[in-house]
Structure formats: structure tokens, C-alpha cells
Ligand binder design. Structure first.
Ligand code: AMP
Length: 292
């Protein structure tokens, strides 16, 4: 028997009603009352589905939000072109037994236009992705804070693919004392290593082939990480710089706690971050480095 189609809910009031009724009923029945939130912008692929699967392990009442958040897009970015595939998203989630999809309009989330009260991402929010996309992380944290307040989940699930996002969310959840725990799922990749992304569908076959150099460069870096951050950077550059279609934006080794670049003589766990333009498509990836 196939699981029921998820209920698609568009308003905050209705979602809150459904969740409180469900958890009350589950409590009476002695069933699992944990609520788990998976924030997404839709156009779901196997990476998102891995998050939803993890969420089902963490609790029975899973809410996958599908909201292309205007607040985190800059002028001239792909807000209007961003793929919107709600029907397919809902069908994919049905297979996983996800009961609720929260798909609000921008008007529902921001009834007074762009929110004036925003969560500030702080100094790390202006580095790397934040340098290329000013205001992006304030917009992202603001919508995640809103979604957490709307759903009041026990856990919220994110992908390691967006490492800087994970860092900033973990810091927000700690510093603003949200009760939700943050669960992070490893990056899902296609055969050949390219990290799955909703934006990969913008790539033509030649660009897609070139884009594989990002994950290949990170893998090369990880394999020589014991020689230190400069050797890891050189190994990644050798692979990525050989691809003329890949316009590197940043390649950096950061400290896992501060997310600031490490010194050349740093020893310990670290993470390498990369971002590049392939054609007009912006791609990011990252890998842990063991610099011991
Ligand atoms: P997005 O819809 O791009 O905002 O992503 C929603 C969530 O899915 C974020 O937590 C992402 O980090 C996560 N995600 C996106 N791509 C992947 C991937 N390839 N592997 C794991 N998680 C991913």
C-alpha cells in the first residue's frame, strides 16, 4: 500500500492547527509526538529527499517547507527563474511518508512586504557566499527563524552541502536559544561527484562535465590534507584551474568552529569551501579536511 499523499498547507494558521491537533492525538494514543522541520526551496532532488528521510527517523510528524524566499535573493539573482515544481515535490515526499508540506506564498510569509525585523548573520555572514551575495544570509536566517517559530519543531534538518549556512544556523539556534536541535545530513552527490543542487538543471552537458572539477578538486585536497592547508589548496587549484569553463570565486580552508580561514601552519580538523560560476550558474561545495 502506498503512503498517503502529503497534505499541502499554505497558511500559517492552518499549519499550526493541524500540528497541534496531530500532536495532541498522538499524545493521547501514546505515539511519537516529535515534530521535525525540513526547510527547502523546492525543486526537490535526492539531496532533499535524504533530509526528509532523516527527518522521518527523528520523528513521525515531518513538515517539509517549500518556499522560495525572496529575502535571500539579491537583485539580478535567479529568484524569478528558480525552478518551481510543487506537484512533483509532493509526489516524491509521499514515497517517504511525509505528512505535511508547508508551501506558503510570499504574501503569507511577509504580509507587510519585506520584513523589517531581520536576523543578522554577523561577520561570518559577509564572507564567502555572503561576500558574493550581500544580505543573503540575513534573509536566510530570518526565514529559518520564522519557520522554526511557526512549526516549533523538536528538530530541524539541513544539508552539509551548504556548510556556511549550517554554521550560521547552528550559531543562531544556540545564541537565540531556540529549543530545536539541528541535524545535518551529508552531501548527496551524483555519480562523478557533482553535489546535487536544484541549480544543476541550468547546466548544459559540457558545463556539467566541467563542474565535476569542483568535487574532484576537493577530493584531491582531502587526500593531501595531512601535508597542511597550503598543500590542500594547491591540490584543489591544480584540478579546478585546469577547467576554463569554471570561474573560481573562492577556495578557502576554514576552522570548523569559527569558520574563519586557518593559518598556513594550522593543525586539526578543518573544512575546505569552494564556489565557482560555471556559465552563469553559481555552484558551491565543501569537504572536511583532517589536517593532522
Ligand atoms: P535548498 O532547497 O537549496 O534551499 O536546500 C534545502 C536543504 O537541502 C538545505 O539544507 C540544503 O543544504 C539541502 N541540500 C541541498 N542540496 C543537497 C545535497 N546535494 N545533499 C544534501 N543536502 C542538500
Amino acid at each position: 500500500m502506498s503512503p498517503p499523499i502529503p497534505e499541502v498547507i499554505g497558511t500559517i494558521a492552518e499549519l499550526r492547527d493541524r500540528l497541534s491537533l496531530t500532536t495532541q492525538n498522538f499524545a493521547v494514543a501514546g505515539a511519537d509526538t516529535r515534530v521535525v522541520l525540513v526547510p527547502t526551496m523546492g525543486a526537490l532532488h535526492a539531496g532533499h529527499l535524504a533530509l526528509a528521510r532523516r527527518a522521518r527517523e527523528l520523528g513521525d510528524t515531518v513538515v517539509v517547507s517549500v518556499f522560495v524566499n525572496p529575502l535571500q535573493f539579491g537583485a539580478g539573482e535567479d529568484l524569478d527563474q528558480y525552478p518551481r515544481t510543487l506537484d512533483a515535490d509532493v509526489s516524491a515526499l509521499a514515497e517517504l511518508g511525509v505528512p505535511y508540506v508547508f508551501a506558503p506564498t510570499a504574501q503569507e510569509m511577509y504580509p507587510d512586504g519585506a520584513a523589517e525585523t531581520r536576523v543578522g548573520a554577523g561577520p561570518v555572514g559577509s564572507l564567502y557566499e555572503g561576500a558574493a551575495r550581500p544580505g543573503h544570509f540575513d534573509g536566510m536566517l530570518t526565514v529559518v527563524a520564522k519557520l522554526i517559530n511557526i512549526v516549533d519543531p523538536d528538530a530541524v534538518v539541513f544539508g552539509q552541502k551548504d556548510a556556511q549556512q549550517v554554521h550560521l544556523i547552528e550559531r543562531m539556534v544556540a545564541e537565540l536559544n531556540f529549543r530545536a536541535s539541528v541535524d545535518v545530513v551529508p552531501t548527496v552527490r551524483e555519480e562523478g561527484g557533482l553535489a546535487l543542487s536544484s541549480r544543476n538543471q541550468y547546466l548544459d552537458p559540457v558545463q556539467r562535465e566541467s563542474a565535476r572539477s569542483l568535487s574532484a578538486g576537493l577530493a584531491a585536497a582531502a587526500s593531501v590534507a595531512s601535508q597542511g592547508a597550503p598543500a590542500a589548496l594547491a591540490a584543489a587549484h591544480a584540478v579546478i584551474d585546469a577547467q576554463p569553463l569554471v570561474k573560481l570565486d573562492y577556495l578557502v580552508v576554514v576552522h570548523p568552529q569559527t569558520f574563519l580561514p586557518v593559518d598556513d601552519d594550522y593543525r586539526g580538523p578543518a573544512r575546505m569551501l569552494v564556489a565557482a560560476l560555471v556559465g552563469t550558474t553559481r555552484l558551491i561545495d565543501n569537504v572536511p579536511l583532517d589536517i593532522t
